[in-house]
Design a protein around this ligand. Structure first.
Ligand code: PGA
Length: 238
């Protein structure tokens, strides 16, 4: 199970460190196979000394080691902090920051070359969901165009755009159906994301083929995030 927290544009360097230390303390007291991922703002990346089940990753990068790309961060900068996990294809980057499929594919190929874990996000907007499950799957499969689904360090997050940051969660039936169809062709961990909260994480983790969650808003306190890790630990004991 993977429980991931995407900080987006939240937390400072100081509060990120406090968060990571609190999670480290919680995890070190428990013995489980739950994997925690924390994606802070780039300015808060650091050489955190954490348990091997925790990775502090990057929300974004430019597909280069270094070069002249004003304002961007390359892998040389990420490697300084031993970043070993990156988010690619998040809906806020696709739709708010207007990142193209071409750039997303370049980022994927570059990160793959670097050998890091890739948490690749896909998901449909509201009008596609309203058109039914076949339309949803056609949309999502298109987002996988060119993506190497056999990359061994690939993790997929299914995140319906309309459920992100809105308080609206997809129904368990809808999540189940999408994950089932993805599972037919993808043998990698499948996460769900979109308004996951402490109150619903247990039920979501119970869904068949669900290997974890990617959480934004409801994970921004260490207490809540640790509760979600705890829910995953309990799920693993079932
Ligand atoms: P949310 O965000 O939990 O706030 O809906 C999820 C995400 O952006 O991955």
């Amino acid at each position: 199970m993977i429980i991931a927290s995407n900080f987006k544009t939240n937390h400072t360097r100081k509060s990120t460190r406090e968060f990571v230390l609190q999670v480290e303390e919680f995890v070190s007291k428990t013995d489980s196979s739950v994997q925690a991922r924390i994606y802070p703002a780039a300015t808060a990346l650091d050489n955190f000394e954490v348990d091997s089940s925790i990775k502090v990753g990057a929300q974004n990068f430019y597909p280069t080691c270094k070069g002249s790309y004003t304002g961007e961060i390359g892998f040389e900068q990420l490697q300084e902090f031993e970043v070993d996990s990156v988010l690619i294809g998040h809906s806020e980057r696709r739709y708010v920051l207007k990142e193209s499929s071409e750039l997303i594919l370049k980022k994927f190929d570059f990160a793959k070359e670097q050998g890091v874990e890739i948490l690749f996000c896909v998901g449909e907007p509201k009008e596609i969901r309203e058109a039914g499950i076949d339309a949803v799957m056609a949309y999502v499969w298109k987002q996988f165009d060119g993506i190497d689904l056999d990359y061994d360090r690939l993790v997929i997050a299914y995140e319906p755009v309309w459920a992100i940051g809105t308080g609206l969660t997809a129904s368990n039936e809808d999540i189940k159906e999408v994950l089932k169809r993805l599972r037919e062709s993808i043998q990698k961990p499948l996460l769900y994301g979109g308004s996951v909260k402490v109150d619903n994480v247990g039920d979501i983790l119970d869904i068949e083929n669900c290997d974890g969650v990617l959480v934004g808003t409801a994970s921004w306190t260490a207490e809540a995030f640790c509760k979600m890790i705890e829910a995953a630990q309990k799920n693993g004991e079932k």
